[in-house]
Design a binder for this molecule. Sequence first.
Ligand SMILES: [Zn+2]
Length: 220
Amino acid sequence: MQKFWDVHTHQKNNENSIYNVIAGKDAIPVSGYFSIGIHPWYYKESEENNLIEIVNKAANNPRCLAIGECGLDKLKGEDFQLQEKVFIRQIEVANNLNKPLIIHCVKYYPQLKKLIEQNNFSGPIVLHGFNQNLRIAKLFESNNYYFSLGKSLFNDNGNAQEILKKYYPQKIVFETDDTEILIDEIYLKASLILNVNKNEIVLEIQNNIKTIFAKNISEK
Ligand SMILES: [Zn+2]
């Protein structure tokens, strides 16, 4: 059966999507897969222990497929040292529970890579909303990194289309994030950009999903 996997959404909770729970802000969905993380926009140091506890507890749920979105943001949120501290704690959670990471990163990509390496994380890493140039993408060419593309595919002069063309199929997944766009439309757009049949894309992405989240996805 065709499954249009959506690896990162803030609203659409269906059987092929991973609903993102922002710790301390969103409730854990009663059904369906989810990820949970401390978002750098919604983090205060005084809440850190409490939020880590929320993440740890929820992450033990078998429906929790990943830790995140978490990461670093140069334009919004607390200063770098604080963001770094709470990000490292979430890498630890992901390491302990053997779950992938879903990353939010704005203008801190080299620092992000360094932190992931320093903290010995070797599981799969999804760079959500990736819309960087090929020079930055090159930093993440090793096997365990994936580029998650969404609304920026609709920008004909943007980076996302270049990323898709260069890294499809091995390193690509798709997302709707906080937009109203349907995930099927993202796959359709990708098929037009690549000039590849949509059904074939669905199968390739399904394979990537199995590689990234295998352990916790039940085959139906
Ligand atoms: Zn998001």
